[in-house]
Design a protein around this ligand. Structure first.
Ligand code: HEC
Length: 148
């Protein structure tokens, strides 16, 4: 019993201490209204539902996103996700970068994106195979093949 108490004491102390470790997500890049990606309504709905938390300036921060160690994972996802691809500033990207991203979207939508651990907590972001196909077709429709 004593060992259990000592153990719990250390556990709680550890969890409290780890709260001092926090990642700071940089301020999102400035976006003008016309900078956001334009896509057909049903595609926009899917992107907003499944991608926008990490790939836009519109992140919904859940309560646990402020509690370490979970917050470290969540914030680094958003930080990196935005750095790779930010739909809110899409029209600031060069044509070349857009082309690359359309290809990456078509590739990653098969299984990598949205990340598995995000889906554990976000049922609403799960995509059916048909929805994945829709996003893939949309992305590929923008890829100019002759550049390959
Ligand atoms: C939980 C956060 C999160 C969500 C939600 C998410 N992503 Fe990502 N995404 C990331 C992170 C982090 C990276 C950085 C590279 C990596 O970890 O693979 C990334 C990278 C990417 C890349 C570029 C590099 C690559 O791996 O191809 C594309 C394209 C991408 N995501 C598309 C999407 C699309 C499309 C959706 C929605 C269907 C989505 N992501 C949802 C976090 C997320």
């Amino acid at each position: 019993m004593k060992t259990l108490k000592v153990f719990l004491g250390w556990l709680i102390a550890g969890l409290l201490l780890i709260q001092f470790i926090q990642i700071k997500v940089p301020e999102p890049p400035k976006a003008k209204p016309g900078d956001e990606i334009k896509a057909p309504k049903e595609i926009m709905a899917l992107l907003k539902r499944s991608c926008y938390d990490c790939h836009s300036n519109h992140t919904d921060w859940p309560w646990y996103s402020h509690i370490s160690p979970v917050s470290l994972e969540v914030k680094s996802h958003v930080k990196e996700g935005r750095a790779w691809l930010n739909f809110s500033i899409w029209n600031q990207y060069s044509e070349e970068k857009k082309q690359k991203l359309y290809k990456d979207i078509a590739k990653s939508i098969d299984w990598q994106m949205p990340p598995e651990d995000y889906l554990w907590m976000h049922d609403e972001a799960k995509l059916t195979p048909q929805e994945r196909q829709m996003i893939k077709k949309w992305a590929l429709s923008h890829v100019k093949e002759d550049e390959e």
